[in-house]
Design a protein around this ligand. Structure first.
Ligand SMILES: NC(=O)C1=CN([C@@H]2O[C@H](COP(=O)(O)OP(=O)(O)OC[C@H]3O[C@@H](n4cnc5c(N)ncnc54)[C@H](O)[C@@H]3O)[C@@H](O)[C@H]2O)[C@@H](O)CC1
Ligand SMILES: [K+]
Length: 550
């Protein structure tokens, strides 16, 4: 695990920093180090000519000038407004202000607070002694090209109200690009909720360790693009607070690709590379079966069998000549009425069921749930499970079950948790995994995966621990019909392969979610966010693998 995999709450961050101070690192020294890193990063972002559109602040400031057509004397440096809060976030901001001032930037400080923490006050006094102008009126900021938000960081506990809230809203309305230190001020460090009101940052520099807020969907519009400023927190301090296997982990390219079946062993043959059975499709939704099968194909699965209603069997074979397509008895409307007796479920490493089944395929889904096969259940498979009774059925299953609901399906599956999916999605998936023992992959801008920790060597105190993986990066391009079917096939293929190869299963869903999102990102880059239909997405899975797994 690297620093990028860790995710902390405000309390955990505080505990980690307390260890650093207790070991002798002076608070002021850490602030100087951190804020120095921030100041240098801001200068790099400002200088970055034509850097990535989202991250570069320079583009923003130039674009605003062009937009306003301001007849500005082309000063070599943009004017930087620094917003200073009462705590150490404000302390960081004051050090940044001072360092940018020494670098020749024109700096304006806005600080409406009279009572500052001592260290913050020292930095304010020193900045004043350098004649850096201080204001407590927002008016003074209106000619700035960039604002650096050091009002509140992970120390924010209360709702922001009254004058402070009005100030944040006025700052947002200046329509000047904002770069936030640690968190956009006003965002709850752990849940990502807006505490009263919040700064809408264009870019956020998260300090030391990623905070939970960066993985909560609702905080995204306030965070903007984000990056981690690593300030060399000792691994021992992190492990002391988060444990050897942290309960919550951020998925990275390294962690997602570590168990991919690459390179293949030279002595592998089609059965050692996994055999997946997909049960999907109906006359009405034949495409869902094709998309799931194409997702499975990209996983590199050794053998792929697909059970579909008899009437669409030929269509599947034409799309996937390498697959074994099994025609099933069907209902009047063309849904799978039951699995043919010829299917021996135990001959597959794993089963993926659900896409396009319709609710009429309940008997087939029931037989799969009753089997001892590792299972990925999605779409109508989930709606049927919800009708049968999620918790009793899943708790009964001995084999690994991975369910992949979107928020609507989640609410049907876990009515007792329905009101929590809107708020803290992470807590909702952890509770669901506790309730039923299955791995829950909750879809959204940031896919959240919770599962019971595997491994028989765990002390029983750990037995009921859940591990949560969060996928930090995706694209709205994936928010369209069919992309979920692709994920189901990809995930099923990876699961069957991992089982055949006896590799770890705990992070298979994280690998699938990450790979699926990265393919969407690559496709959106080449074809815009409107150009990523589900079939196109399947065509980007292998190019993505090539780029990331080499
Ligand atoms: N602890 C440390 O030494 C370090 C902290 N760092 C910085 O310090 C920040 C944490 O600093 P703090 O814990 O001082 O807190 P913050 O600076 O995040 O802000 C909270 C301060 O504002 C006050 N406050 C909280 N809610 C308020 C509200 N609704 N309205 C008005 N005032 C409110 C609090 O009393 C506290 O003084 C981090 O985000 C980071 O920027 C970094 O420099 C790393 C080192
Ligand atoms: K901030």
């Amino acid at each position: 695990m690297t620093i990028q995999n860790f995710v902390v709450t405000a309390d955990q961050m505080r505990q980690i920093e307390t260890r650093i101070f207790a070991a002798g690192m002076p608070v002021a020294a850490l602030m100087e180090k951190v804020a120095g890193l921030i100041a240098r990063r801001i200068q790099a972002l400002l200088k970055a000519e034509g850097s990535s559109a989202t991250g570069s602040v320079r583009d923003l400031t130039d674009r605003r000038k062009r937009e306003e057509g301001k007849n500005l004397v082309k000063s070599q440096f943009p004017v930087i407004g620094v917003l200073v809060g009462p705590g150490h976030n404000g302390g960081d901001a004051l050090v940044v202000a001072r360092e940018l001032h020494f670098q020749g930037f024109q700096v304006v400080i806005y600080c409406p607070f009279s009572k500052l923490k001592e260290l913050t006050k020292n930095h304010a006094d020193y900045a004043r002694s350098l004649n850096i102008p201080f204001f407590d009126k927002i008016e003074a900021l209106k000619n700035c090209d960039l604002l650096v938000d050091g009002l509140f960081g992970f120390g924010l506990e209360r709702e922001i109200i009254n004058a402070t809230a009005a100030a944040l809203d006025e700052i947002n309305n200046l329509n000047i690009p904002i770069l936030s230190i640690d968190l956009p001020s006003g965002i709850h460090t752990d849940t990502g909720e807006v505490l009263g009101t919040a700064i809408r940052a264009k870019h956020t520099l998260c300090l030391g360790l990623w905070k939970m807020a960066f993985l909560q969907d609702r905080a995204l519009e306030y965070i903007g693009s984000s990056e981690l400023i690593d300030f060399d927190i000792p691994a021992a301090d992190i492990a002391a607070i988060l444990g050897e296997t942290p309960a919550i982990q951020r998925i990275t390219r390294a962690s997602a690709t570590q168990h991919l079946p690459l390179p293949r062993s030279p002595i592998s043959h089609k059965y050692t590379n996994g055999h997946l059975l997909i049960i999907a499709g109906s006359r009405r939704y034949s495409g869902a079966a094709i998309l799931a099968a194409l997702g499975a194909r990209a996983s590199g699965i050794g053998m792929l069998s697909i059970a579909v209603p008899e009437s669409i069997k030929a269509m599947l074979s034409s799309q996937l000549p390498e697959a074994l397509v099994i025609g099933c008895p069907e209902t009047q409307s063309g849904a799978i009425s039951e699995l043919p007796v010829a299917i021996d479920l135990s001959s597959y490493d794993a089963i993926a069921a659900g896409p396009g089944l319709t609710l009429e395929a309940a008997i087939a889904v029931e037989s799969v749930l009753e089997s001892d096969r590792p299972l990925v259940l999605d779409a109508d498979g989930l709606n049927i499970l919800a009708q049968l009774g999620t918790v009793p059925i899943l708790s009964e299953r001995s084999a690994l079950t991975i369910i992949t609901p979107h928020p609507g399906e989640f609410k049907r599956l876990f009515p007792e948790l329905a009101d929590r999916t809107g708020e803290d999605r992470i807590a909702a998936t952890q509770a669901a995994a506790q309730l039923c023992g299955a791995t829950i992959l909750l879809k959204g801008a940031k896919v959240c995966i919770s599962c019971k920790e595997e491994g028989d060597s765990l002390p029983d105190s750990y037995a009921s621990r859940t591990i949560t993986y969060l996928n930090p990066e995706s694209t709205p391009a994936l928010a369209r019909g069919g992309s979920g079917d692709v994920l189901t096939g990809l995930l099923g293929g990876l699961l069957a392969t991992a089982i055949a190869r006896k590799s770890p299963l705990q992070s298979v869903a994280a690998t699938a979610a990450w790979w699926h999102a990265q393919a969407g990102i690559m496709a959106a880059k080449e074809r815009t966010e409107l150009g990523v239909d589900a079939f196109t997405l399947t065509q980007y899975l292998i190019p993505t693998l090539r780029e990331f797994a080499e």
